[in-house]
Design a protein around this ligand. Structure first.
Ligand code: ZN
Length: 158
């Protein structure tokens, strides 16, 4: 069954998580990178219904106390950050790990714009014009995602 568009989780990342922002867009999730002060982050997150991704415990607590959504992440380590988000999406949205971790040519990892197919196995960003294709760099990306899957498997055995 398809989830309604409004139930599709959207994210907001703070200044510490530029790299994670690009990963989430590759996985097809609308993610705004927002390197601003705490008050502005809290306001934008709540206005746009975004899950705020941060490693700042105080910011995290403030968002939850205002009824907003946030996930407290380790400061570094793409694999452990993605696995924490996967666990959250599974428990709050019922999104299976495999669905979350599948690469989707939907959003531009540079600007969050919509991708459109341009020719065979190529996609073009409608906002900034960046082109995407499946090439040798996808091997590294797939390997990282495979490590996240293994992390999640290890966690579910505990
Ligand atoms: Zn773009």
């Amino acid at each position: 069954m398809r989830r309604e568009a409004s139930r599709e989780p959207k994210f907001l990342t703070d200044s510490m998580h530029g790299k994670l922002t690009r990963w989430l867009r590759m996985l097809g999730y609308d993610t705004v990178y927002y390197p601003r002060g705490d008050d502005e982050i809290i306001q934008k997150g709540s206005e746009e219904g975004r899950i705020v991704l941060t490693s700042d415990t105080e910011l995290y607590r403030r968002i939850l106390s205002k009824g907003g959504r946030s996930i407290l992440l380790p400061l570094s380590g793409t694999e452990s950050q993605l696995s924490q988000i996967a666990i959250h999406l599974m428990s709050e949205y019922g999104i299976p790990f495999e669905e979350f971790l599948a690469l989707k040519f939907r959003l531009c990892s540079l600007c969050n714009g919509q991708l459109q197919p341009s020719s065979d196995n190529r996609w073009r960003c409608g906002s900034c014009g960046q082109e995407y294709w499946v090439g040798s760099h996808w091997k590294n990306i797939s390997q990282t995602l495979e490590r996240v899957r293994r992390l999640l498997k290890g966690l579910s055995k505990e």
